[in-house]
Design a protein around this ligand. Structure first.
Ligand code: 4H3
Length: 252
């Protein structure tokens, strides 16, 4: 996968390109990242990239031409026609489904704005998509772009190692993850649930499914709308509501 980034603060992306999973994806040649700075495409003496908004009011707006040229430079550098995405609170909410759809693209250009935002004509003519990482406003689109890059990188085939495998993730679709434990077996007086030590793979699998279900029921019950409860899950939820859940015991 190839990702181009339009940003006034290119150095910020070192946070992902030089550390962790994304840097490994780049080193393994499964991901290429190219950054273009609109300031390098501003041809006046002061390399101006922002101006006052028409109609007045506070703040500045990113001028159309420098962003357009940076976007077009990256579009030409891409290995195939990129999907061009503006990061903005007005965009489609990012979720795993959006990540899975975007990772199927060979090339993306992510546009990070600053100030009050970018000139509307760039959005209308040079962007194919708008994505939001949540209902809050940030000072720039760089952090949302990095959030998207991380979420994409871990879905590129061959990027996750064995230790981070996705084997579990697919079959718990539409549920939060359940509880996880590692050594020591007793930590500050608190023991790991017995089932997880039993060596009974079927029992462990069922314990984990119940742990995930309990957490989803307690914290994000609206997730059941998209991924409805199956019959055996309803039985477990009924048990939970009755204050039961004896099979689960501690820590779920
Ligand atoms: C995205 C971008 C929040 C998000 C962003 C989000 C700065 C967009 C500027 C930049 C505009 C003003 N904030 N929730 N901020 O994904 O270019 O909003």
């Amino acid at each position: 996968m190839w990702i181009g980034i339009v940003s006034l603060l290119p150095e910020m992306f070192c946070a992902v390109t030089e550390h962790g999973l994304v840097s490994r994806a780049v080193a393994a040649n499964r991901l290429q990242i190219d950054v273009a700075n609109p300031r390098d495409f501003a041809h006046d003496k002061h390399h101006t990239v922002d101006d006052a908004p028409y109609g007045g009011g506070p703040g500045q707006v990113m001028m159309a031409e420098p962003i357009a040229q940076a976007t077009e430079y990256l579009t030409n550098a891409a290995p195939s026609a990129p999907r061009r995405i503006y990061l903005t609170p007005e965009g489609r909410p990012l979720n795993q489904e959006v990540v899975e759809a975007l990772v199927s693209h060979d090339a993306l250009v992510l546009i990070a704005g600053h100030y009050e935002g970018i000139d509307e004509r760039v959005r209308a003519n040079l962007c194919d998509d708008e994505v939001s990482i949540g209902d809050y406003v940030l000072s720039g689109g760089e952090l949302p772009a990095m959030v998207l890059i991380d979420a994409l990188a871990r879905r590129i085939p061959g990027v996750l190692g064995n230790a981070e495998s996705l084997a579990c993730e697919s079959f718990t679709k539409g549920r939060l993850e359940g509880a996880h434990y590692t050594r020591p077996r007793i930590w500050r007086g608190e023991a790991v649930p017995d089932t997880l030590l039993s060596g009974d793979h079927k029992a462990v699998k069922s314990w984990r499914a119940r742990s995930a279900l309990k957490r989803t029921y307690e914290r994000r019950p609206e997730l059941f709308r998209a991924q409805p409860l199956e019959t055996h899950e309803i039985t477990f939820i009924d048990d939970l509501q009755r204050g039961g859940d004896h099979a689960q015991e501690q820590g779920s």
